[in-house]
Design a protein around this ligand. Sequence first.
Ligand code: B12
Length: 222
Amino acid sequence: MMLEKVIAAYSEAVFDTDRDKAFEVIHDAIAQGVTPEEIVFKVVIPSMEMMIKAISEDFDANLAQHFMASQIASQVTDEMVARFQTSPETIGRVVIGTSYADLHTLGKRIVSGCLRSLMIDVIDLGVNVSAERFVAAALEHDAGIIAISSMMVHTARSERGCLAVRQLLKERGLEDRIKIIVGGAPYTWDTELYKVVRADAWASDGISAGKVIKDLIEGMHK
Ligand code: B12
């Protein structure tokens, strides 16, 4: 089948971190009648899922690939969404940032790329984001989810990190409207840590983050 060939060629290009080739495969497919919707939902997302599985077997060695794959996926998605027939339904909106005093950016950027290709709007607040800014940005952009990346144990556990975001949501009566998801190395080392820092959920990578966020949003609308 045509789509299978597209997935194989696209995945190979992404695996080689060959951005130009990946776009060439996509543009050829479009020229042959594949729709932008099919590109996002049947090529980019399945290919990214395969990549994450393959890469996770030797994560450190494949870091550059993981990063590039998510950036390519994000860029292809942006271009395709602009061409969708019907305006795509986004699942929800997320403000994401690295926690206070934490300057690690790569994980957050990978997660942002994955979420965008899963039709979740992402507003990236950058690194070293204070609790006050997380909450203000969520309100300003009407985002239902605050996503906090922490790469160090002390920034994950900090009184000025997720715990402070929870405190602000509580004080302002926003806990029903805004949920918190966390992620980053400390949470993969200790899978119970998200409870200690009073987040609503955590996820180990961008694709599973998309699923968890979808569940959180659906839970709020019940
Ligand atoms: C690269 C790196 C750096 C780079 C960062 C460059 C950049 N622009 O990001 C530099 C050199 C700047 C750096 C600096 C420091 N680092 Co550093 N760094 C790393 C390293 C090697 C890799 C981190 C990384 O990028 N991983 C790759 C990404 C893709 O993985 P990830 O972030 O885990 O993201 C995935 C998931 O966790 C998840 N995820 C991530 N975020 C989120 C968010 C949400 C909401 C969700 C759902 C999921 C999710 O999805 C991602 C994609 O699959 C780690 C070691 C390691 N193996 O983790 C140390 C590490 C994190 N660093 C560490 C330290 C101590 C520091 C420094 C203090 C070093 C120093 N003495 O100066 C400084 C701190 C600077 C600061 N204030 O933040 C320690 C932390 C130790 C601890 N126990 O807390 C580590 C673990 C190294 C170690 N073993 O000691 N670091």
